[in-house]
Design a protein around this ligand. Structure first.
Ligand code: B12
Ligand code: SF4
Length: 483
């Protein structure tokens, strides 16, 4: 298996001798509004190696002797003249438009296309017309099966996740399929999948159900040792979903003496023994979905276990254990009034959240939130490339589209104002130079949202961010554009 050097897709005819005659498969991760080769926010300093392509590459059955080439459009362009036997693409909602456009080009040239990933799992009926086969759910069993069927000339139009899927069977990801030097770090790992909670905006319970799937802690340790990892990033959306498992994992990590960063819920701060263990196992940073400072909004979103009155204690308990917090808030929940932006940003600064982040609620297809807004006739459009957490794609309940879009930008600027940064830096749990640099990076980001969150790279109409910055205040251009 190999990666393609940027700009040099390997046509089959030019392939190395040992690849001539072998079946060739290209695996592509299409670009989206944020994660793209040119112009997005993820410069090399922010890109870490994605796990999806290395995971899929490792699952290709050896006995089929397939030459796999991987393309991550976050770091390189994909040549649509690529000469391969099969293309597989991973799709999230924000990249669906791009994935479908690429699929059309490959299919027009007679190359069959397989689509899989979160968007395909959430909305199979949306993806199916753009593919020769779709893979719904986790593909540890179905992807090898599909490849066997393809080789035998009987690929089916749809493959579903095996009902008794067990991640203990999965091979370790093959990270050699992507160029190490194009990323900040290749030390990206995944221990678990799924989440036991049912937050109504979240794709996880809708796409994959509530049963957590777990890799044996020994397999993670083996992978960390093989990679000689000192600093690891775990992409699990809630690493403490099953606390019994989390305890086993943290105990297994402890002797390695690594530092790790991951995602967990605020409930970790209630479980002091588990929090202590996380810190002892090397946890130095956590991303938590705080979502809102309104208990009413949280309850309405089925995330009532988050208690805003305790957020300051969460920060304190993490900081006492040298764990920094990236706290994520969303705007546009039905109870949000126009003052929510200022109040939330002020709260984030006062609570000493190391890195606050603000997003606009996105109704991803398949989620209870999407279904409700659709029923209520409040979805503005289905331009998937704008379903990226930073564009308003629905009619908010208590403010205009424009107010939500502008308010989110204002919250970013407020939290990353010089005084906001200074106040948060005084209490940070991260090494001071790291905290200062990341804050400066986010400050730049906060002041350039309109530049980063555009879809001009794929979409001809200007994005609402652009409109907001071009039109005088009070203009309804953004609303017109959305309509
Ligand atoms: C890491 C990550 C990122 C990284 C991605 C690149 C990287 N460097 O890794 C970064 C930080 C860039 C990122 C950004 C965003 N992300 Co993100 N991200 C993730 C995360 C945490 C892990 C993905 C991963 O590596 N999973 C491990 C692999 C092995 O699993 P997998 O991708 O699901 O693949 C399996 C199956 O789905 C299937 N499969 C997947 N693709 C394919 C393709 C084929 C052909 C086949 C056969 C099978 C198949 O097989 C695999 C094995 O079972 C996921 C959440 C999660 N845990 O999945 C969110 C997630 C994918 N991200 C999400 C979102 C919303 C975003 C952002 C829009 C957020 C934002 N506003 O900033 C941006 C958009 C980026 C863009 N493209 O423009 C959502 C997607 C929801 C949706 N419906 O679109 C997710 C699911 C999180 C969530 N709960 O909402 N993200
Ligand atoms: S706790 Fe997080 S991962 Fe779990 S359902 Fe809620 S938002 Fe999704």
């Amino acid at each position: 298996m190999s990666y393609a050097p940027p700009g040099h897709a390997t046509p089959k005819a030019d392939a190395p001798a040992e690849q001539q005659g072998r079946l060739s498969v290209a695996l592509i991760s299409p670009k989206g509004p944020l994660y793209r080769h040119r112009g997005g926010i993820f410069g090399q300093s922010l890109r870490y190696m994605p796990l999806t392509l290395p995971t899929l590459a490792a699952l290709v059955p050896e006995e089929l002797d397939i030459a796999v080439t991987c393309y991550d459009e976050g770091i390189q362009d994909v040549d649509t003249d690529l000469d391969v036997d099969l293309v597989g693409m991973t799709v999230i909602t924000g990249t669906a438009t791009r994935a479908y456009a690429l699929a059309a080009r490959f299919r027009a040239r007679g190359i069959p296309v397989v689509l899989g990933g979160p968007h395909v799992t959430l909305a199979p009926e949306d993806a199916a017309p753009h593919a020769d086969a779709i893979v719904v759910g986790y593909a540890e069993r179905s992807w090898p099966q599909l490849l066997h069927d393809f080789v035998a000339g009987r690929m089916a139009p749809r493959y579903d996740q095996a009902s008794d899927l067990d991640l203990a069977e999965s091979p370790l990801p093959d990270r050699t399929v992507l160029p190490r030097w194009r990323y900040l770090t290749p030390h990206v790992f995944e221990a678990t999948r799924g989440c036991i909670h049912t937050c109504d905006f979240c794709v996880v319970p809708s796409a994959w159900g509530r049963k957590p799937l777990q890799k044996p802690p020994e397999a993670i340790v083996e992978d960390l040792k093989r990679m000689k990892t000192r600093k690891a990033i775990f992409v699990d959306l809630n690493i403490i979903a099953d606390r019994h498992y989390a305890r086993r994992l943290f105990i297994a990590l402890k002797p390695l003496g690594i530092q790790w960063y991951g995602l967990a819920t605020t409930l970790l701060a209630d479980d002091l023994p588990l929090l202590d263990l996380a810190a002892e196992s090397g946890c130095r940073g956590l991303l938590m979905g705080l979502e809102s400072i309104s208990p009413v909004s949280l309850k309405a979103s089925h995330k009532g276990f988050n208690r805003p009155e305790d957020y300051a204690t969460v920060v304190e308990r993490l900081h006492e254990r040298r764990i920094a917090l990236q706290g994520c808030f969303v705007f546009g929940l039905d109870q949000d009034e126009p003052d929510v932006f200022e109040k939330t940003a002020r709260f984030a600064v006062e609570a000493g959240i190391d890195l606050p982040r603000f997003a606009i609620v996105t109704p991803f297809p398949g989620t209870p939130l999407f279904k409700r807004l659709e029923r209520e006739g409040r979805l503005l459009h289905r331009h998937w490339e704008q379903y990226d957490g930073q564009h308003v794609v629905f009619q908010p309940a208590r403010m205009s589209v424009e107010a939500l879009q502008k308010g989110t930008e204002a919250a970013w600027k407020q939290a990353y104002s010089w005084s906001g940064i200074a106040r948060r830096l005084r209490r940070t749990a991260a090494p001071w130079h790291v905290a200062a640099l990341t804050n400066l990076g986010y400050r730049r980001y906060a002041h350039n949202l309109h530049r980063f969150y555009t879809c001009d790279w794929l979409f001809e109409a200007p994005s609402p961010w652009r409109l907001l910055h071009r039109e005088p205040a009070g203009s309804d251009a953004a609303d017109k554009e959305q309509a």
